[in-house]
Design a protein around this ligand. Structure first.
Ligand code: 13P
Length: 279
């Protein structure tokens, strides 16, 4: 069944596990993500990024997710990932998304607050949850998000407290050293900053840039208030690498290739569900 983000994250935050948010932009990614949740008996977040509107419309993304979620026995949240355009957010709410991320992290604090608050008012009136972001992530290797010139800026715990009080967001994405894409060197995750943020606010926290983050760091983050972890690059890399290998050995019918790709997606999603201890 489709649910909003608040419903999926409340028990995770309380019981210290995280729900995986997996980027979906094709039938194979939606089906692999939701089937992995179903097979593991775990809730999942299918995240359709505003960057993937060329792949499918918001309405198509909702139709696919709603149909697959109806057949699943686990809660599924259809979430709009990284969106800084308020008209796209309004269209996602209208299309039936259960959650939207308003990303005003590049704006001055006051403007980010004002826009996020406006989004919360509209979304909450429709039963839709809102995630926002403070601080910004650096960009790693093979990322399809962010720009090469993105500069890492850690989230300030006091600013986070003021931001939550002023906006009433349901979840806050923080910057503590993860990157969008794969790490260029050894990751240095600032769990000390996360701990301060967790002490300052009382909403579920979100970790972007899950791909390639070491297991021990993920566990330390989950113990300090992270209840949603985003994974994109690793799913794409796995599907592309395995498809390439397959095509050197066989020339399958396209319908068979599609089924194999669902399995490739599922394998990565299941690995993360296991790590996030959300069963
Ligand atoms: P990765 O591509 O590093 O997994 O990050 C995904 C993400 O944060 C989606 O918003």
């Amino acid at each position: 069944m489709l649910v909003n983000l608040k419903k999926i994250l409340a028990p995770a935050y309380e019981k210290h596990y995280a729900v995986g948010s997996f980027n979906c932009y094709s039938y194979e990614t939606f089906r692999g993500c939701i089937a992995a949740g179903e097979e593991m008996g775990a809730p999942v977040i299918a995240a359709f990024g505003a960057a993937y509107l060329a792949n499918m419309s918001l309405e198509t993304a909702h139709a696919i997710a709603a149909s697959l979620a109806r057949e699943a026995d686990v809660p599924v949240c259809l979430h709009l990932d990284h969106c800084s355009e308020i008209d796209v957010i309004c269209r996602a709410i209208k299309a039936g998304f259960g959650s939207v991320m308003y990303d005003g992290s590049a704006l001055p604090f006051a403007e980010n607050v004002a826009n996020t608050r406006a989004v919360c008012r509209a979304a909450h009136a429709c039963g839709v949850s809102v995630e926002a972001e403070l601080g910004s992530l650096g960009v790693g290797v093979d990322s399809h998000e962010g720009r090469a010139e993105d500069v890492e800026q850690y989230t300030d715990p006091e600013a986070a407290r003021d931001f939550i009080a002023a906006t009433e967001v349901d979840a806050l994405a923080v910057s503590i050293g993860t990157v969008h894409g794969l790490y260029k060197g050894k990751p240095y995750i600032r769990t000390d900053i996360l701990e301060e943020i967790h002490r300052a606010v009382d909403v579920p926290l979100v970790l972007h840039g899950g791909s390639g983050t070491p297991e021990e760091d993920l566990r330390a983050c989950i113990a300090r208030g992270i209840a949603k972890i985003n994974v994109n690059t690793e799913i794409s890399s796995a599907v592309v690498a395995q498809t390439t290998q397959l095509l050197t050995r066989e020339k399958p019918h396209y319908s068979t290739l599609s089924l194999r790709q669902v399995d490739y997606v599922k394998t990565v999603v299941k690995k993360y569900i296991e790590l996030f201890e959300c069963r």
